[in-house]
Design a protein around this ligand. Structure first.
Ligand code: SF4
Length: 333
């Protein structure tokens, strides 16, 4: 059953927890205790201590969510929770990463950038079973691993992600099975998931692209009025780079009226904040400007080479569902 609800009003017990088997250990947290006897829940001292520890870790993560990821002064969209299992994997039609797949845990994007090819929506559909559905798809024998782009049709870190953690659950899943990932976002909320991203980065499995269109506030306000300020996204870029996560600038949309010194300043700022990759999506094709950008990127050490992420780490056996007997782990909360 689905129905409208606001993110802040979601009852805790309805929130999907990224708590698949082994996930706690994978996140450096103690595993929850198994039920005893006839699969009855236990509330032993150990269980209480464990639950407190998990709650503590969750609180730390929620604190790590920057307020600037919450649309500034704009109203939060209505959130419609969709608990149905549904196919998530799509062929990605973004030209920047040919041959990749696309996964979107949300439908509708609250950032409402004018000119967005997806279109504006006042309603955010949250696919509550996204991680479980994706797990099933990745386990199919005929599945052939290709990099997954997360957030191709809607921002992967909308304000509701602070509580719903659908994107985080997918990152956990991809980390568990060693799946390559391209994450494109305009939100500094991505820094909450530095722990998982840095683990993916240790195996070279991730590329994060921070999307920005201009350092000029007036121009930025026209093209992406609800997105966090450029300085906040650059700060997120720096944090990612310092955590060892390959990070790049997705310069999009590059407006036809952006002067050369505007995009140059943006390239320089991104490089200073640790970006190593550059992708550009222009609103108007301009071969001469493309050449100037390529030359400036080369000078700054920003790679525009096609992205290659390894596929040999993918292990679908890690996705076996081996639920412990007894109550679902989330029932402890
Ligand atoms: S963030 Fe991306 S998907 Fe969302 S409105 Fe802006 S361009 Fe569209």
């Amino acid at each position: 059953m689905s129905g409208p609800l606001t993110a802040t009003a979601l009852p805790r017990s309805d929130l999907p927890l990224p708590c698949g088997p082994g996930l706690f250990a994978e996140q450096g947290l103690p595993e929850l205790p198994r039920g005893r006897g006839r699969n009855r829940p236990t509330r032993s001292a150990d269980a209480h201590a464990c639950a407190d520890s998990v709650r503590g870790a969750r609180l730390r993560r929620e604190r790590a969510w920057p307020a600037c990821a919450d649309l500034g002064g704009f109203d939060l969209p209505e959130v419609v929770a969709d608990p149905q299992r549904q196919s998530l994997l799509r062929i990605n039609d973004w030209p920047e990463w040919p041959g990749s797949l696309a996964v979107n845990p949300y439908r509708g994007c609250p950032l409402a950038c004018p000119g967005c090819p997806v279109g504006h929506s006042d309603v955010l559909h949250a696919k509550l079973s996204a991680a479980d559905s994706l797990r099933e798809e990745l386990r199919q024998p005929r599945y052939q691993v290709r990099p997954i782009q997360l957030g191709s049709a809607a921002e992967a870190y909308p304000p509701a992600e602070r509580q719903l953690r659908l994107t985080r659950a997918i990152l956990s899943l991809l980390n568990t099975c060693g799946h390559p990932l391209i994450l494109v976002t305009r939100s500094p909320g991505v820094v909450r998931d530095l722990d998982l991203l840095s683990r993916l980065a240790e195996r070279g499995l991730v590329q994060v692209m921070i999307s920005l269109c201009s350092l000029d506030e007036a121009r930025r306000g026209r093209w992406e009025p609800r997105a966090a300020a450029p300085a906040q996204r650059l700060a997120a870029m720096r944090l990612l780079a310092r955590a060892g996560v390959p990070v790049g600038l997705f310069l999009a949309p590059l407006a036809a009226d952006e002067p050369d010194d505007g995009w140059m300043a943006l390239l320089q700022a991104a490089r200073r904040h640790g970006a190593s990759q550059l992708r550009v999506r222009s609103s108007v094709r301009d071969a001469q400007r493309d050449e100037r950008i390529a030359s400036k990127a080369l000078e700054l050490g920003l790679s525009q080479a096609p992205l290659t992420l390894p596929t040999e780490h993918f292990d679908p056996r890690a996705l076996q569902i081996d639920r412990p007997a007894g109550p679902r782990q989330s029932s402890l909360f």
